[in-house]
Write a protein that binds this ligand. Structure first.
Ligand SMILES: Nc1nc2c(c(=O)[nH]1)N[C@H]1C(S)=C(S)[C@@H](COP(=O)(O)OP(=O)(O)OC[C@H]3O[C@@H](n4cnc5c(N)ncnc54)[C@H](O)[C@@H]3O)O[C@H]1N2
Ligand code: MOO
Length: 405
């Protein structure tokens, strides 16, 4: 159906919900708790498998003192980090200890080397004189004072950050259960498309959607497994979709182009005859023509070819489905005051306007340019709901921020 048809279009919400069902609930996987896990969300609670610290340890390079209140102490042991103290400390006896070293049995407190007459380096002396006797427990980190074995370090749904990674690894967690990255293949269709590395002929245009969507998918936490272009030959597109489906390594194919009402709409031509595909013109602008379905077992989302329409389609329709698969909570819209020029909008259509959000002022402005130039300047989309057909400066609007939350 064309965008000017009088028949009501499918709503943005209805299509978004369909894509969420199509992409499904996501896959929980157990992965090493390393840098590759950062940015993923926990699919189950992260539970400490060890105490942190694992044992009573020194917080300073210095001398662990046994019981006693004299200023001069016999040094009977030398304990670097990683070593096991050999001697229990009796009254008047000390051991040299390094930061992180296990405290000797009987040790009461630690004196930093600076507060003694000992040299920082070289062999441990036979005795050491301290400037003052510290109170019990001084500069001692107690076993389990940060974390106890079995403590929940972070609940399911939490993002793995470098800080959480450090906490988990320190508390003995080698692995973590996270939501797997949705594996995305991007297929830009159109016989007119020419990679910018090549010269475009008279009817050719430089191709941008494939890399734009791949970048958006990667930014949304997906693993981009293939970035392809395909001309308007239906057999070639069928073969390509067959191959992606048979690979078993693609969770979502995102196509662009070939979905509207022209005579060479390859995506629509190839997919629409299948009963599990549907193509609609959403009550949305840009990004009105949309399709979705399954090729074999593989979910396929068909975005329009216009780059701004494809961008908005990804952000507004596909990203929420992908987020759900990644365990990412819905990204809330942000309230703002419209500070652009007065503008009218098509009635009964949800419009998305590329705009710039000024968090300090709580306003949005609109770039003094259009289409891709405006998109490149934008950091948010203003959502203009179907019942709003005019915006004036000062109107309250909801904006969707682009980029990572
Ligand atoms: N008779 C009608 N015509 C159109 C309608 C309609 O309802 N009735 N809808 C219009 C709307 S809205 C859109 S959006 C487009 C969507 O069309 P397609 O998805 O079929 O996209 P194409 O025709 O293949 O391309 C549209 C436009 O975008 C350029 N393009 C395509 N792919 C890329 C790419 N990978 N990189 C850069 N640019 C690309 C393409 O050359 C065209 O200029 O249909 C309207 N027409
Ligand atoms: O829906 Mo289209 O040009 O408005 O992207």
């Amino acid at each position: 159906m064309g965008e000017t048809d009088a028949v009501p279009h499918l709503s943005v919400d209805a299509h978004r919900a369909a894509l969420r069902r199509l992409v499904g609930p996501g896959r929980a996987v157990t992965v090493p708790l390393d840098r590759a896990a950062c940015g993923r969300r926990l699919a189950s609670d992260l539970v400490a498998t060890d105490d942190l610290p694992r044992f009573d340890s020194s917080a300073m390079d210095g001398y662990a003192l046994g019981p006693g209140d004299g200023l001069t102490w016999a040094v009977v042991d030398d304990v670097p980090a990683g070593a096991v103290p050999r001697v229990a400390l009796r009254t008047g006896v000390a051991a040299r200890v390094m930061t992180g070293a296990r405290m000797p049995v009987g040790a009461v407190a630690v004196v930093p080397v600076e507060l003694t007459d000992a040299a920082r380096t070289g062999p441990a002396p036979d005795s050491v004189t301290v400037s003052a006797v510290p109170e019990a427990g001084r500069h001692v980190r107690r076993a389990g004072e940060d974390v106890r074995t079995g403590d929940v370090l972070a609940t399911s749904g939490t993002e793995v950050t470098p800080g959480l990674l450090a906490l988990g690894r320190s508390a003995g967690c080698a692995d973590v259960e996270v939501w797997a990255s949705v594996r995305v293949a991007v297929v830009a269709t159109g016989s007119e498309l020419v990679d910018p590395t090549r010269t475009a002929g008279p009817g050719g245009i430089h191709e941008s959607n494939s890399e734009m969507l791949a970048a958006l998918a990667a930014d949304g936490g997906c693993e981009v497994v293939e970035v392809l272009t395909c001309d308007d030959d239906p057999d070639r597109l069928r073969a390509l979709l067959d191959r992606l489906d048979a690979s078993g390594g693609v969770d979502l194919v995102v196509t662009t182009g070939g979905v509207s009402a022209g005579a060479f709409e390859v995506v629509r031509q190839v997919c629409e005859p299948l009963p599990i595909f549907s193509f609609d013109h959403l009550a949305m602008q840009p990004g009105g023509p949309q399709g979705q379905g399954r090729w074999g077992d593989t979910p396929v989302v068909c975005l329009p070819g216009t780059p701004v329409g494809a961008f908005v389609g990804w952000r507004v329709l596909v990203l929420p489905a992908v987020d759900a698969g990644h365990g990412v909570p819905p990204r809330p819209g942000v309230d703002a005051v419209y500070d652009g020029p007065a503008r009218t909008f098509r009635p009964r259509t949800t419009q998305f306007v590329t705009a710039v959000h000024h968090a300090d002022r709580g306003t949005v402005t609109v770039p003094d340019s259009r289409h891709l130039r405006a998109l490149a300047e934008a950091d948010c989309l203003v959502e203009v709901p179907p019942e709003v057909d005019r915006l004036e400066p000062g109107d309250a609007v909801v904006v969707h921020l682009l980029g990572r939350p």
